[in-house]
Design a protein around this ligand. Structure first.
Ligand code: GLA
Length: 389
């Protein structure tokens, strides 16, 4: 029996203990890291995430009596019971808002979801910028899509999950994380155009080329609903309005200087615009380098992206900067923060032979700075959401 199936059996058993019946199936949805393309998704731009091996697993069975019963093996507390016809946006501040929000979004879109029993458990670190929320949303959406035979595609599930997060949970996030969790494939990074959700799977097999991608969880907890993310988003929308475009995606890279001139003394908006326009160009550059087989050359582009997020977008923090600076000073090919910022995780591209020394250098630097010890692991591009049993 494979590890995933053994995991599914354990989750199904727990479901049966909790609800007294067997689940109709077990599903998994992964967390993600973003290789490049940060804070571009709500600007209709490009992103390039890949799925982590860490997943949220859900055992689910339908109900026909309007009850939604939710249980998490990772949170203290028992089964939470809600009624599907009473779900209301921004009424819930607990973890249950994510799965309940998905049920709300499906029903609001006209899908006949009449209830469910759900048991969840996750290996995606929460608050680490690795999309634990998206994994939770997508696994529930995929399970209900299968059980209620809704026939929705991965990108459609991602849109519904984003709506759950924006409207029901109340966090103004973009579409990247949910699409990554729903649509990524093993061995690839997902080149996603967030304007029309067109996708290309770009082969990204670092092990075959003697490299590794380290994820460093700084253990600084980030939160999206705390305002700073929303402020950046509003600043970008202001920039687009001032420039007379639908979204900053429409500002061409070779028109950046002219756009910045037009923004005059709007200093903050100028910085935000510069980040988004240069970041979209960096995504395109990384895609071109990967397709040309020049994987090592993406390292400096990652580091450039970090500088832009730190200096122009201003969403880094001392811990993230310390990872990037220490890793690069110790021989990494490149490094950057990943995800929403203000904490969470950084990624570091290294030669396989340097993996241990660079990890140690980062851990030692955190100890010397008096920071909480970071969690470091190597990430391989893993499958997107799927049914386990
Ligand atoms: C968070 C959001 C995403 C995206 C990133 C930044 O992860 O959920 O939509 O905006 O931040 O790239």
């Amino acid at each position: 029996m494979s590890e995933a199936v053994a995991g599914a059996a354990t989750v199904a058993e727990r479901f049966t203990q909790l609800y007294g019946t067997e689940p109709e199936g077990v599903w998994a949805a992964p967390g993600r890291v973003n290789l490049i393309g940060e804070h571009t998704d709500y600007n209709d731009g490009f992103v390039m995430p890949f799925a982590l091996p860490h997943t949220t697993v859900a055992a689910v069975a339908r109900r026909t009596d309007g009850r939604l019963r939710l249980h998490s093996g990772d949170v203290d507390g028992g089964v939470v019971e809600l009624r599907v016809d009473e779900l209301a946006p921004e009424s819930d501040r607990a973890w249950t808002a994510y799965p309940a929000g998905v049920v709300w979004a499906l029903r609001e879109a006209g899908h006949p979801v009449t209830g469910a029993d759900v048991h969840l458990t996750s290996t995606v670190p929460s608050g680490a910028g690795l999309s634990s929320s998206a994994a939770l949303e997508v696994v529930v959406a995929l399970a209900l899509n299968d059980l209620y035979e809704l026939g929705l595609k991965g990108w459609q599930l991602a849109r519904l999950c984003q709506r759950a997060e924006n409207v029901y949970v109340g966090a103004p996030t973009g579409i990247m994380d949910q699409t990554a969790s729903a649509c990524c494939t093993e061995g690839h990074a997902l080149f996603l155009d967030t304007r029309d959700l067109s996708q290309r799977q770009i082969p990204f097999d670092l092990a075959a080329e003697g490299m590794r991608l380290l994820v460093v969880d700084t253990r600084v907890k980030h939160a999206h609903s705390d305002g700073e993310y929303g402020k950046r988003r509003e600043g970008c929308e202001k920039g687009a309005a001032l420039l007379g475009v639908d979204a900053l995606r429409d500002v061409p890279y070779d028109g950046l200087d002219a756009a910045l001139d037009r923004l005059g003394d709007e200093e903050e908006v100028r910085r935000l615009v510069r980040h988004v326009v240069t970041e979209n160009e960096r995504v395109e550059r990384v895609v071109a380098l990967l397709q040309a087989g020049e994987t090592r050359a993406i390292g400096p582009v990652l580091t450039e992206g970090h500088a832009s997020l730190r200096d122009d977008f201003r969403i880094s923090c001392p811990e993230l900067d310390l990872v990037v600076d220490t890793a690069n000073a110790s021989g990494a090919l490149g490094a950057r923060m990943t995800g929403g910022g203000f904490g969470g995780s950084a990624i570091v591209l290294v030669e396989e032979a340097d993996e241990e020394a660079i990890s140690k250098a980062v851990v030692d630097a955190f100890a010397a700075a008096g920071f909480t010890a970071p969690r470091v692991f190597a990430a391989v591009p893993s499958p997107g959401a799927h049914r386990l049993s």
